[in-house]
Ligand binder design. Sequence first.
Ligand SMILES: Cc1cc2nc3c(=O)[nH]c(=O)nc-3n(C[C@H](O)[C@H](O)[C@H](O)COP(=O)(O)OP(=O)(O)OC[C@H]3O[C@@H](n4cnc5c(N)ncnc54)[C@H](O)[C@@H]3O)c2cc1C
Ligand code: FES
Length: 288
Amino acid sequence: MSAEQRVRRPLSADSPARRPLSAGSRVLAPFSRRAARVLERRVYGAYVVLRCADPDGPRPRAGQFYMLAARRWGGGDGERPFLPRAFSVLRSGADHERAFLIEDVGPGTHRLCELQAGEDLLLVGPLGLGFGAPEDARRPLLVGGGVGIAPLAIWQDELGGASALVGFRDAPRAEGARLLADARVATDDGSVGHRGLVTDLLREELDGDAHATVYACGPPAMLESVRVLCAARETPAQLALESGMACGFGACFGCVVPTRRGYIRLCVDGPVVDAAELETAMVAGMGH
Ligand SMILES: Cc1cc2nc3c(=O)[nH]c(=O)nc-3n(C[C@H](O)[C@H](O)[C@H](O)COP(=O)(O)OP(=O)(O)OC[C@H]3O[C@@H](n4cnc5c(N)ncnc54)[C@H](O)[C@@H]3O)c2cc1C
Ligand code: FES
């Protein structure tokens, strides 16, 4: 039986370095939707990065997200996309510049990926609770899968550097690794870096030195594997989860996920959640 099968208990409540940001440190979004001019559209393999100017918005914290839409929204098959879509902030630069990483997987992301410099990105945000700093002299260790690398890029910037492990399906998606500094890469098909899962790399890292705080974002199966690996070694982990979000600010209850202390609305009590709060990160309805 492996270490991670043996130890599935949560970290104790007073374990250090396990807490995402508290509600008191939330950066609040201005109430209404605003237009942010797209400054640059750049393609990274299978992904599009939109850099925009948001002069009227506050600076986001790493791990927070925005609800995004564009002009000419709706009117596709079944009038979709109807609602705005949730995106982690990828980067926050000087002069109120923000960047978002988008994978074209449906009508909303397709429309956003079409945007060109000079057009408007319509946004509400920053929303939700982001990552909390490591404590107890633990080293930050970032683990991302697919578009889940987005909140880790801004977190790496804010931390002033951190080891990063990133996993992708194939080479076009692995182009996204360029958005993080010095990332170790895994691909499912072995076309770039380690052939296999990013959690293989995480296991190796933690077996070398488990005195870390792990920050992870990616598909549910990856996050569940991260949760189990970390729990087995008493390594604190903060997981940026996803669920379908209709409003993004607590009104619709469309984003609820179960935790050990009951259901939470991921848009206001997350998206970053302490791994010790979860029975499982395999939340129904999450992930691509
Ligand atoms: C907090 C948060 C942060 C996110 N950050 C990013 C990001 O940085 N970059 C990015 O590309 N995407 C991100 N997403 C996912 C993004 O919101 C969805 O891909 C998008 O809503 C899909 O809209 P669509 O109209 O293009 O496709 P849809 O037709 O709505 O969906 C297309 C496919 O994606 C799946 N899907 C839809 N919504 C979600 C979701 N919320 N989570 C997982 N799978 C979904 C559907 O099941 C379907 O298979 C984030 C989601 C959340 C909740
Ligand atoms: S998305 Fe509406 S309550 Fe969370």
